[in-house]
Design a protein around this ligand. Structure first.
Ligand code: R5P
Length: 327
């Protein structure tokens, strides 16, 4: 599904157009193709293969001298493979005398480990930032980082796009009578509060207290607000196992909620997520295409963020404001 808002982008000025190069990693070819189509810029030919022992081989098949290069690669499943491929592509581009290399990372993996929660743990979100810069990345364009502070892990420019406006545009096409927005727990109040404000809907919060003995069970659950006979929308930055939203769905159903609409930016969909998200209690799961889906799920609605990313790339290339995209 295309989001109309960003479709009327200006075309590149002729002088600049020649100098831009788009390169697709293998994580999300359909998103890269859509971005290329949106920008009317062909994808650069790149050969990617594996040596017999599994090492990655990359060859850029076109001249990159003085080019403004955008490498599109989500560091989603298979995470290590996609990350390493991105690093190797950037190394090849730097050695081929590209003028500027922007890593377009619609989904920035390894982001959950953004601090030491206990002793002797790594901070992988920072490690990945260091690796990207060491490889030769000059700037980053990404969408809905798991934690805003990851922006500060980079000492190079980083543009952080939000997918929420694209999801809001989709939801606004519905008649939202008798809808409420629900935060599935205290940690997700902020984004659900923002959503409720944009849709002019009340916010309901599910407050939980974990058991001291069994950390995966809850001693007390309170719903702050009314969900009986209401339709519900819940948003999260990502669905990994689906556990966070699925547990909330069960609580809401027990408390008399009617339709339940879920939304997230990054459909990681690992482990039991596909089964959970297919539950008939869930009317639809609205996701963006930062990550390609690995399985067909009938109630999943995928909204494309290619126009948003394409427009951001155009603005970066032409030195225009990216933040004004959201005004
Ligand atoms: C947590 O901080 C995130 O915002 C998501 O709620 C979480 O990653 C979702 O994971 P899962 O789908 O496994 O509950």
């Amino acid at each position: 599904m295309q989001n109309q808002k960003y479709l009327n982008n200006k075309h590149f000025s002729k002088t600049m157009h020649n100098n831009i190069k788009l390169i697709a990693g293998s994580s999300n070819p359909s998103l890269a193709a859509e971005i290329a189509q949106h920008l009317h810029v062909p994808l650069t030919k790149v050969k990617v293969s594996n040596f017999i022992d599994g090492e990655t081989y990359v060859k850029i098949e076109e001249n990159m001298r003085e080019a403004d290069v955008f490498v599109i690669q989500s560091t989603c499943y298979p995470v290590n493979e996609n990350l390493m491929q991105l690093l190797i592509m950037v190394d090849a581009l730097r050695r081929a005398s590209a003028k500027r290399i922007t890593a377009v990372i619609p989904y920035y993996g390894y982001a959950r480990q953004d601090r030491k929660a206990t002793s002797r743990e790594p901070i992988t979100a920072k490690l990945v930032a260091n690796l990207l810069v060491a490889a030769g990345v000059n700037r980053v364009l990404t969408v809905d980082l798991h934690a805003d502070q990851i922006q500060g892990f980079f000492d190079i420019p980083l543009d952080h796009l939000r997918a929420q406006p694209v999801i809001v545009d989709y939801l606004k096409q519905k008649k939202l009578n008798d809808f409420v927005v629900v935060a599935p727990d205290e940690g997700r109040v902020k984004e659900n509060f923002d959503l409720a404000e944009k849709l002019h809907l009340p916010l309901v919060i599910i407050a939980k207290q974990r058991s001291k003995k069994h950390l995966d069970t809850f001693e007390m659950i309170k719903i702050l607000g009314e969900v009986k006979d209401k339709h519900v929308i819940m948003i999260d930055d990502q669905i990994q196992t689906g556990g966070t939203l699925y547990n909330a769905v069960k609580i809401l159903k027990e408390n008399g909620a009617k339709e339940i609409h879920l939304a997230c930016t990054h459909p990681i969909f690992a482990g039991p997520a596909t089964e959970r998200m297919s539950d008939p209690a869930i009317t639809e799961v609205i996701v963006t295409n930062t990550i390609p889906l690995r399985a067909e799920i009938p109630n999943v609605i995928m909204i494309s963020i290619a126009p948003l990313l394409g427009e951001a790339i155009r603005r970066i290339h032409e030195g225009e404001s990216v933040s004004s995209l959201f005004e």
